[in-house]
Design a protein around this ligand. Structure first.
Ligand SMILES: *[C@@H]1O[C@H](CO)[C@@H](O)[C@H](O)[C@H]1NC(C)=O
Ligand SMILES: *[C@@H]1O[C@H](CO)[C@@H](O)[C@H](O)[C@H]1NC(C)=O
Ligand SMILES: *[C@@H]1O[C@H](CO)[C@@H](O)[C@H](O)[C@H]1NC(C)=O
Ligand SMILES: *[C@@H]1O[C@H](CO)[C@@H](O)[C@H](O)[C@H]1NC(C)=O
Ligand SMILES: *[C@@H]1O[C@H](CO)[C@@H](O)[C@H](O)[C@H]1NC(C)=O
Ligand SMILES: *[C@@H]1O[C@H](CO)[C@@H](O)[C@H](O)[C@H]1NC(C)=O
Ligand SMILES: *[C@@H]1O[C@H](CO)[C@@H](O)[C@H](O)[C@H]1NC(C)=O
Ligand SMILES: *[C@@H]1O[C@H](CO)[C@@H](O)[C@H](O)[C@H]1NC(C)=O
Ligand SMILES: *[C@@H]1O[C@H](CO)[C@@H](O)[C@H](O)[C@H]1NC(C)=O
Ligand SMILES: *[C@@H]1O[C@H](CO)[C@@H](O)[C@H](O)[C@H]1NC(C)=O
Length: 497
């Protein structure tokens, strides 16, 4: 029952998060062993990731994401901007092949037309606004323009003099493109997409940006950055950059455009000359970021206005060229194992505690078999564990020994009890481990599967199966054993029920 209520709460908080700010994840694919789309989607589901951004419109991914409820942002790759920006019909073909073919089964919510085009592909810049408009008119013809928004991620490096935010403005070289672009975004009820990298801001600042300020760590009041015009105190680079974007847009007379952060993150590993690319900093940045975004605090300029954010990125991309840090922005490795354990207590349901190492409760090696048997009986009886998987012919029957069966029952009980450490004791014969005890088709509660397959976590059975506990006896039990068992059952009944 407690679990049921918990699940309902989880569902509720997911809905409210959707209406307000959300956290999504970018999925780069430059991996030597890129997981299959079904494995990617299994990981997203297991981690409760409800928003993703793709760097293309890969058919396999869009098919795998169908009917998952996950909201998807797709991208027109930069090398297609020239073609689409020059031809209405190329744009229409792109939309029909990559959007119309998948919507609504796949819930595509936005199209990024290129990424960092002005900074990385300046020769396509003059066609960028055309490309946005052609994609938009193809959506209008398909009657999808209300559901699918069109925008293009900009690098925050386009904002010059970002501090103080009230004096920030876009590099004027690009005003002839930015002005019509912002006008397009406003008229289509879209949003400004911005890539924000406090890591680079910090590294390139030569010490003028304190690390704690980049990492959202608490600052002493005299360490906060004060905007001398507005007297607003900034406590982190992220907020200051988002406000700089609001002011830079206002400078061009656009005051109503919301901002979405299409990329931000922190690398967890770097070369010897990149000491701040570390596990601890990456964890601190992303954990604080998630809490900050989901807390709906908004920014000082627009308190309470959602700044939904896509973390860069889901996987470490080992094929990326450049310094070691380039390959280490991911939350997970190719196996779906987390690179670090996010500190997310109290942040809501997105990327919840599941990014931690999965934990399991197993029977301790070398435990007294009689103690194990008694604990097994207790778990499958008063403990209300559904032990049917241990019956002959069922997936977890083999190996038919008390340690394997007890491990299954202990782990199931432990998960039923919300993985509370006290639920993995069983009079000292059980221990918590991070090694998945699943084997063959016997999948343990908490397991994500070796190949990342989504596994149903067994909900606590509402059926009392106490009368079945005799099925789980391994060796014929003598009278003494039975008496001991009863005594232990009573003792544990007091402890656990
Ligand atoms: C592009 O095509 C749409 C219809 O698909 C049309 O409404 C729009 O005017 C066209 N634009 C240009 C520049 O041809
Ligand atoms: C896509 O997600 C949004 C936000 O949750 C929802 O309002 C919309 O109905 C979904 N669309 C489809 C086709 O599922
Ligand atoms: C503004 O953008 C132009 C074109 O990319 C670039 O050459 C120039 O250096 C930028 N200005 C500044 C101050 O960064
Ligand atoms: C913004 O609006 C003001 C007042 O209408 C006008 O004077 C100014 O030229 C506009 N600026 C831009 C960049 O369009
Ligand atoms: C969340 O917001 C509340 C009130 O707005 C504030 O007291 C709290 O410190 C915030 N928490 C974080 C982690 O930002
Ligand atoms: C998960 O647990 C294993 C084994 O204890 C450990 O080596 C690994 O570092 C842990 N992973 C994380 C992300 O903490
Ligand atoms: C995450 O863990 C904390 C502490 O263990 C717990 O209070 C919280 O409910 C957990 N959140 C979720 C969504 O599981
Ligand atoms: C997982 O891996 C096992 C063995 O490697 C394979 O038999 C099974 O089909 C895989 N499942 C999925 C869903 O890929
Ligand atoms: C969980 O199991 C139920 C019943 O076996 C099944 O219908 C459902 O699709 C499963 N869910 C997932 C996410 O595998
Ligand atoms: C109890 O278990 C039986 C057999 O597995 C099943 O038919 C029944 O629906 C279950 N009752 C409840 C309340 O889960």
């Amino acid at each position: 029952m407690a679990l049921l209520i918990f699940l309902l709460l989880l569902a509720f908080s997911a809905v409210t998060a959707d209406e307000d700010a959300f956290i999504g994840v970018n999925i780069g694919t430059d991996l030597s062993d890129m997981p299959h789309p079904t494995q990617v989607v299994a990981l997203l589901k297991a981690q409760n990731i409800r928003h993703v951004r793709l760097y293309d419109a890969d058919r396999g991914m869009l098919v795998a994401l169908a009917n998952t409820g996950i909201q998807v942002v797709v991208s027109v790759p930069n090398d297609q901007i020239l073609g689409i920006g020059q031809s209405n019909s190329t744009a229409a073909n792109w939309v029909s092949r990559n959007i119309v073919a998948h919507y609504p089964a796949t819930n595509i919510t936005a199209i990024c037309v290129g990424s960092d085009v002005l900074t990385t592909l300046p020769n396509a810049a003059r066609l960028l606004v055309n490309a946005l408009k052609y994609i938009q008119s193809a959506l209008v013809s398909s009657n999808l323009d209300r559901q699918v928004k069109v925008s293009t991620p900009l690098s925050s490096s386009l904002i010059l003099d970002p501090f103080p935010p009230s004096q920030a403005f876009f590099n004027k070289t690009w005003n002839p493109i930015l002005a019509p672009m912002l006008s397009f975004l406003q008229s289509t009820n879209s949003y400004l997409m911005l890539n924000v990298y406090p890591y680079y801001d910090y590294v390139q600042s030569d010490g003028t940006i304190p690390l704690d300020y980049a990492l959202f760590k608490p600052l002493l009041p005299n360490q906060e950055a004060v905007d001398s015009n507005t007297l607003v105190h900034y406590t982190n680079v992220f907020d200051a950059t988002v406000d700089a974007a609001y002011f830079a847009m206002a400078f061009l007379n656009f005051t109503n455009l919301p901002v979405i952060i299409t990329e931000t993150g922190w690398p967890s590993k770097g070369d010897s000359n990149e000491p701040d690319a570390s596990l601890e900093n990456a964890n601190t940045y992303n954990s604080n970021l998630i809490r900050h975004v989901l807390n709906k605090t908004g920014t000082p300029k627009h308190p309470g206005m959602a700044v939904s954010t896509y973390i860069y990125e889901l996987y470490n991309e080992d094929m990326k060229t450049g310094p070691l840090s380039e390959k280490n922005w991911g939350l997970f490795d190719a196996n779906g194992d987390p690179v670090y354990i996010l500190h997310l207590t109290g942040s809501g349901s997105v990327l919840a505690n599941d990014t931690t190492n999965q934990t399991y409760c197993t029977a301790k090696d070398g435990s007294d078999p009689k103690m194990l048997q008694a604990a097994l009986d207790w778990a499958c009886g008063p403990g209300k564990v559904d032990c049917s998987a241990l019956l002959q012919g069922k997936p977890c029957y083999e190996p038919d020994n008390v340690i394997a069966h007890a491990t299954y029952a202990f782990d199931t009980y432990y998960h039923q009890m919300g993985k509370s450490p006290e639920a993995c004791n069983f009079n000292g014969v059980a221990a918590i481990t991070t090694t998945d005890p699943s084997h063959g088709t016997c999948v343990f509660p908490g397991s994500l599967g070796r190949n990342g397959t989504m596994v149903n976590i067994t909900a606590p059975s509402m059926n009392s199966s106490s009368s079945d506990s005799s099925h789980y006896m391994i060796n014929g039990s003598g009278v003494l054993m039975s008496i001991l068992t009863v005594i232990r059952l009573v003792i544990w009944g007091v402890i656990f029920v």
